[in-house]
Design a protein around this ligand. Structure first.
Ligand code: MG
Length: 376
């Protein structure tokens, strides 16, 4: 592919309500969008979705913009590449971390290949990994910490999620908001067949948080997601053996090197692969191969991105091994009706169809115009 031009956009989509996790709150989806344009007019879209403040990742949106404009875009603009993996190699050379900035361009390169071959992200992934992807993926709801800390309010949200058809319920937890909401939601879900998970976003200290986490061990949780700080490898490995409830890593799983270390250390065996958090689809495929070789259970997480950035995790979630419901949710849940740039729809049985086309054919040009400001 020859990348003639790289366009950069600032995206702002207000959320219908704030999304609160242990480290901070999100009031709007602010992202950067990139559009790679080839010599023959094909285009590939990507999204860079870190948060404005570093409560989830070290990388922030202002920092990602600076790196994209000053370092990463100039590396690929005007150049030809054989494969998206070659784009990934150009972006990672002498660049540590900064996966969200790299993923915007890397995922857009996959989409550009899809556009040039009248293909799709999911088809290209299936070909690259020699597997047959699913046609639709199961969706789970992620419920933030209620601003008013109302357990009854949370229960009502769970009932709404059951009505909507979601296949899994996840609630965000932190010290002081854990045992009581977990017990209430578990009771609400009893007999429905819908499993419950919790996500602490690294809020529990190690080893001092062990007793608090042990208090959740009898609640029948499908897994506990990211209980400890991202860099706490030893604690996560120990916790995977201390508790009966499986441990899932999210923020810890930064790249394939960490995936390999988790396997070698005998650590958590459920992995949340977030395409943007790991730097793009090439790195996500490397992690996928390690997971498949070691029988690790996978599912696809989101930031959540807009409908544009959601396409890469949606395609990834269709691969074999992604056996648990994803975090993908319909656009209306986050942004209300007719606001997203690509509309994500969930069926009443909690499934989302994986598009078999490139992104430019899906993007709503009017919504793009209304929700973005071109920077470059
Ligand atoms: Mg998480």
């Amino acid at each position: 592919m020859k990348i003639d031009r790289v366009e950069l956009y600032e995206l702002t989509l207000p959320l219908v309500e704030p999304f609160i996790i242990s480290g901070g709150a999100m009031h709007q989806r602010q992202s950067l969008l990139v559009r790679l344009v080839s010599a023959d007019g094909a285009d590939g879209w990507g999204e860079c979705p870190p948060f404005a403040l570093p409560f989830y990742s070290e990388e922030t949106l202002p920092g990602a913009r600076e790196l994209l404009e000053r370092v990463l875009i100039p590396r690929i603009e005007g150049r030809a590449f054989e494969t998206p993996a070659a784009v990934d190699a150009a972006l990672t050379e002498n660049v540590r971390g900064n996966p969200f900035a790299r993923a915007a361009l890397e995922t857009a390169a996959w989409d550009l290949v899809a556009a040039e071959h009248r293909s799709s992200l999911v088809t290209l992934l299936g070909q690259a990994l020699d597997v047959t992807p699913a046609t639709a993926v199961a969706c789970g709801v992620a419920l933030g910490i209620p601003a008013d800390r109302s357990i009854n309010g949370l229960r009502l949200r769970v009932l709404d999620a059951l009505d909507a058809g979601y296949r899994r319920v996840k609630i965000k937890i932190m010290p002081g908001w854990d045992v009581a909401p977990v017990q209430a939601v578990a009771a609400t879900l009893a007999g429905t067949g819908i499993s419950l998970t919790v996500d602490a976003n690294g809020a529990y200290p190690w080893p001092d948080g062990l007793a608090q986490l042990r208090a959740l061990d009898g609640a029948g949780l499908l897994y506990i997601e990211q209980p400890l700080a991202p860099d706490e490898l030893v604690g996560h490995v120990a916790l995977a053996h201390e508790l009966a409830t499986p441990i899932c890593v999210d923020e810890t799983l930064k790249h394939a090197g960490l995936a390999r270390q988790l396997v070698e250390l005998g650590g958590p065996r459920i992995w949340n692969i977030k395409v943007h958090r790991v730097g793009g689809l090439t790195e996500a495929c490397r992690i996928w191969r390690i997971a498949r070789a070691h029988d690790i259970t996978l599912w696809a997480g989101t930031m959540p991105e807009s409908g544009i950035g959601s396409q890469a995790p949606l395609a990834m979630a269709a691969l074999p091994g992604f056996d648990l419901p994803s975090d993908l949710e319909p656009s209306t849940r986050w942004y209300g009706r007719n606001q997203d740039l690509i509309k994500l729809v969930m069926s009443t049985d909690g499934m989302m169809t994986v598009p078999r086309t490139n992104l430019a054919r899906l993007v709503d040009p009017h919504r793009l115009q209304a929700a973005t400001r071109r920077l470059r």
